[in-house]
Ligand binder design. Structure first.
Ligand code: FE
Length: 209
């Protein structure tokens, strides 16, 4: 553990449990008038309940269903996504990475944990793990296998490294057997992991199981 903290230091005034530490910090900041507790609750509610993978899924489903939308998304992803009221409050650019039979895309932040919060909500724990960040670059196929995904040998894998300025949304391939489906039905097939590239969308059979 490179950043292990020693809790016997005299400056450790906060409890060690992360949730308690956050609560204690929030209390101190609120007492000093530095943050409004209602604003903190609002932000937590926003990311837990109102912003989540359903935002990204609506973009993917629309891209599958509407060729004109896909063209617009390719030309100006950040603008189109912002126009849908998505993308979050950060001013970062969102890029799309379209999966094809020839190329599968995966997203990582090798430096820290940059993630398209406004499209996917709170990042999963593994996304921030040292193991994922280090290994997905060296051995993307091995990492994919651990997520239960096996791609044809001829499919190349491209790994996109997120930064503070650029975040990526993977547009997975539209599942077979969904001809004529409307956007809402399609969106239900789009998993969070399929938009990070560590998973595939559900098939119609999986969705109805
Ligand atoms: Fe980062």
């Amino acid at each position: 553990m490179p950043h292990d903290h020693h809790h016997d230091h005299p400056h450790t005034l906060l409890p060690s449990d992360p949730a308690l530490r956050v609560k204690a910090l929030e209390t101190i900041l609120a007492d000093k008038g530095l943050v409004d507790p209602k604003a903190v609750d609002e932000i937590i509610d926003l990311y837990q309940n109102r912003i989540g993978p359903q935002g990204g899924a609506s973009v993917v489903a629309k891209a599958w269903a509407d060729p004109a939308f896909l063209e617009a998304l390719r030309a100006d992803p950040s603008g189109v996504i912002a126009g849908m009221g998505l993308g979050g409050r950060q001013a970062e650019h969102v890029m799309i990475a379209e999966n094809t039979p020839e190329r599968h895309n995966m997203v990582v932040c090798t430096l820290c944990s940059c993630y398209p919060w406004g499209l996917l909500g709170i990042p999963p724990g593994w996304y921030k793990s040292d193991a994922y960040r280090a290994r997905v670059v060296r051995d993307p196929r091995g990492v994919l296998a651990e997520f239960g995904v096996t791609l044809p040998e001829e499919t190349k894998i491209r790994v996109w490294d997120s930064t503070a300025e650029v975040r990526y949304l993977v547009i997975p391939m539209r599942p077979a057997g969904t001809e004529g489906w409307d956007e809402a039905r399609l969106a239900a097939l789009v998993t969070r992991d399929s938009m990070i590239g560590t998973g595939l969308p559900l098939s119609p059979a999986e969705a109805s199981a």
